[in-house]
Design a protein. Sequence first.
Length: 194
Amino acid sequence: MPPAFYGRRRKRTPCNGGAVSAAAAFYGRRRKRTPYASANVDAKQALADLTEISSQIQAAVVFDDTGKVAGSTIEDGTRADALAAAAVRLLEAAADVKGGGSPLTQLEVATGEGSVFVVREGKAAIAATTGNNPTVGLVFYDLKSTLRNVKTSSAPKPAASRKTATAAKKKTAAAGKKTTAARKPPTRKKPDAP
């Protein structure tokens, strides 16, 4: 007698655009869609998604290299500005200590009461505070994902330059082709002809 699982069929139910793992499909579970799967969000929405997905983060702020706040989870604007300014000073102090040619991209400061995380990518940066003993790798991953989503939404898309570059390539390719004399198409015999 065959085992009981031979009669079962694997369910493949598409969820979130077909994002179903093999094990989840087999057991009928669907993978929960993460906020990071969506691109092109503003800073406030990205931070709201960040605090929803990461329970370790207490407060977060997105800012530029001058300390200007683009979005924050902190309601009080002066506290958000203070956190951004402190994060800029932390990055500058850590860069002085670090030295070297490559720029500082991430930083963690751990104290007895909690931690401060700062992630920088280009001119944009994000800072977050957590409680004691956070999962460092996970917090950095969440911050980097949030910062990438914010950067992709604020970066202008150079669609016009792409079109002109494509048109220039077509013109160059057309100019490089040799012209051949027009040939007369070959005549075909009719199938009924002897």
